[in-house]
Write a protein that binds this ligand. Structure first.
Ligand SMILES: CC(C)(COP(=O)(O)OP(=O)(O)OC[C@H]1O[C@@H](n2cnc3c(N)ncnc32)[C@H](O)[C@@H]1OP(=O)(O)O)[C@@H](O)C(=O)NCCC(=O)NCCS
Length: 162
């Protein structure tokens, strides 16, 4: 049976799922930006922090196997989607598309807004979100450790006028 016609089951994750979610999150970080893997304990700590706060996680299952998950939080304007992941061997079978459609219509009951952040190096993720109906909104910027760059002097700034 083609996975595009497979039923996906959805299950609310609990604290006992933290090790599984951490393993998936670790793969996701690598896939999204090619960064060195965070350690499993760092991933577990992040998932625990999210679930212990406002975060909720849902696992996606096909034929009883865990094939992906999402971690999100509800906010006044809608949903902030923090993690969304499909296991490598199950990709390009329509699971991501089916899962986000189900989340929007069934789990979240058509919220006014769903927002998320895509790493600038995650071209596949960016394409996926656009294909399923998201559009570019903000540009998230950061500067790390070296401090404020010196602004280049404008040409002719030191020349006396007149
Ligand atoms: C992004 C991700 C969730 C997509 O899940 P998926 O189940 O493979 O997605 P689908 O099969 O439902 O794809 C739907 C459409 O999105 C587009 N798409 C998905 N993956 C793509 C890729 N790698 N390259 C280009 N287009 C892609 C395609 O148009 C696809 O339709 P098609 O297969 O009929 O061409 C999955 O690749 C993943 O978990 N990546 C790592 C984690 C990640 O980047 N998460 C998003 C964080 S912002």
């Amino acid at each position: 049976m083609s996975a595009k016609t497979m039923e996906i089951q959805y299950r609310c994750a609990t604290v006992s799922d933290v090790p599984l979610l951490a393993r998936m999150h670790r793969q996701s970080v690598e896939d999204e930006c090619g960064k060195p893997y965070p350690s499993l304990s760092e991933c577990e700590a992040e998932i625990e922090r999210c679930l212990g706060g406002k975060g909720e996680a849902i696992l996606f299952q096909v034929g009883g196997a865990d094939v992906g998950y999402t971690l999100f939080q509800r906010e006044p304007e809608g949903i902030f989607l923090r993690h969304f992941f499909v296991c490598r061997e199950h990709r390009r079978q329509g699971i991501g598309r089916t899962a986000i459609q189900w989340l929007i219509t069934e789990a979240w009951q058509r919220p006014a807004r769903v927002r998320l952040v895509v790493h600038v190096k995650n071209a596949a993720g960016h394409t996926f979100w656009r294909v399923v109906g998201f559009s570019d909104w903000l540009i998230d910027m950061k500067m790390e450790s070296k401090g404020v760059a010196q602004a280049p002097a404008p040409a002719d700034a030191d020349k006396p006028h007149g």
